[in-house]
Design a binder for this molecule. Structure first.
Ligand SMILES: *Cc1c(COP(=O)(O)O)cnc(C)c1O
Length: 388
């Protein structure tokens, strides 16, 4: 029997990193001490008090049953309280917050609730690939909004053709941004919401990195804008904030109708997050965030360690206080893939080619600061010794 994948799977873009993965494995097999700055997954463990909360909750039989797909009431109250404290935003827990099995789950499923065939979803590029794949799975069309250096890696809303806007249903934004590390101001969110009102768009804001910073104040949330709840939803997660990528817990918060639609999809597809994980997440969100602040300072030290080598090598990069990424410019005469290959073969450093995140990522590479300072100093020294 000839088994064929569905058209929807076939419509996904090809995996761009196959060749680089092969080279990395080959370099490793040669015995080279490879420093992996490729994947955006925190290397440090989850804070101990969160793990203890999980163990305790896991032992309680009351938590062994199917959870409610939208989250425990207490979890949703804690999320609402977190928004009040961190962002001064008011949310009705039972109507305006929904738990997610990691924010990726919600990002991927959201278009199923609101996108019909032929609808356009505006997706930033370079960007997290899930905005686009979720759109394609829902039968929608993804239209890219290039994030360019000259615009501070913010989308140029005015340059989107009217013809596209008339068919557009959703606009995605992600700040602090993966892969560039760029931040957005509260003014940007005001402008975005006014624009969305004009074109009748749903606004989806992915805030996975809002707490990944050495700054004392968090990055602004779109929910700080008065009236944002009329059309906006924010996707958030404990993954990057508390080093919990493996735990799979996040949330969507904002517009009641948007939360209800997402919830309807979810009630047909999944059965929520293990309650013990929700209880541990509540401890994390209600904590004083001293661990989060310490991680922010650590990433700042790591950024300095790597960027020192980039400076010595004459490689430019975006200066930022957010995320754990360094978005670096490829030296003249090379492209993203060629630069990554040379970093790997000649310095044993793994990076991600920028064009893997979208066409405007060509000419850049992304380093993830997921190694300790001495390893990053070693990587910096090796890069600084290369000639471009
Ligand atoms: C890591 C990441 C996420 C979310 O991850 P989850 O673990 O699914 O919560 C969402 N958006 C971006 C841009 C990310 O980098």
């Amino acid at each position: 029997m000839a088994i064929e994948f569905s058209d929807r799977l076939k419509a996904l873009p090809p995996y761009l990193f196959k060749e680089l993965d092969r080279v990395r494995d080959e370099v490793k097999a040669r015995g080279v001490d490879v420093i992996d700055l490729g994947v955006g997954d925190p290397d440090r463990p989850t804070p101990g008090f969160v793990i203890e909360a999980l163990s305790e909750a896991a032992a309680d039989g009351a938590n062994h049953k199917y959870p409610v797909y939208s989250g425990m009431n207490s979890f949703r109250e804690v999320v609402a309280g977190w928004y009040r404290r961190r962002h001064g935003a008011d949310l009705v827990p039972e109507a305006e917050v929904c738990s997610l099995i990691g924010s990726k789950e919600g990002i991927a499923n959201f278009p199923l609730a609101f996108v019909n065939p032929g609808d356009v979803v505006l997706c930033p590029e370079p960007g997290y690939p899930v905005y686009r794949s979720g759109t394609l799975f829902a039968g929608g069309e993804a239209a890219f909004m290039p994030l360019l250096e000259k615009n501070g890696f913010l989308p140029d809303l005015r340059s989107i053709p009217e013809e596209t806007l008339r068919r557009a249903k959703i606009v995605w934004v992600n700040y602090p941004n993966n892969p560039t590390g760029a931040a957005a101001s509260l003014e940007f969110y005001y402008e975005l919401l006014a624009f969305a009102e004009k074109w009748d768009l749903i606004v989806c804001s992915d805030a996975a990195y809002s707490e990944v910073t050495a700054r004392p104040k968090p990055h602004p949330s779109i929910l700080e804008v008065p009236g944002a709840k009329a059309r906006a939803v924010e996707f958030h997660s404990l993954s990057k904030t508390f080093n919990m990528t493996g735990w799979r817990i996040g949330w969507a918060a904002g517009c009641e109708t948007l939360i209800r639609g997402l919830g309807l999809v979810k009630s047909n597809l999944d059965s929520g997050v293990f309650q013990a994980v929700q209880l541990a997440a509540m401890k994390a969100l209600n904590s004083d965030h001293s661990d989060v602040a310490a991680m922010g300072r650590l990433y700042a030290d790591r950024r300095k360690a790597l960027c020192d080598g980039l400076d010595r090598a004459g490689i430019a990069y975006l200066h930022t206080d957010y995320t754990f990424y360094v978005w670096a410019k490829v030296p003249k005469g090379l492209d993203s893939k060629g630069f990554c290959a040379r970093l790997l073969e000649e310095a044993g450093v793994v990076s991600t080619p920028g064009n893997g995140f979208g066409p405007s990522g060509e000419g850049y590479v992304r380093f993830a600061l997921v190694q300790e300072v001495p390893r990053l100093k070693e990587a910096a020294g090796r890069i600084a010794s290369l000639k471009f």
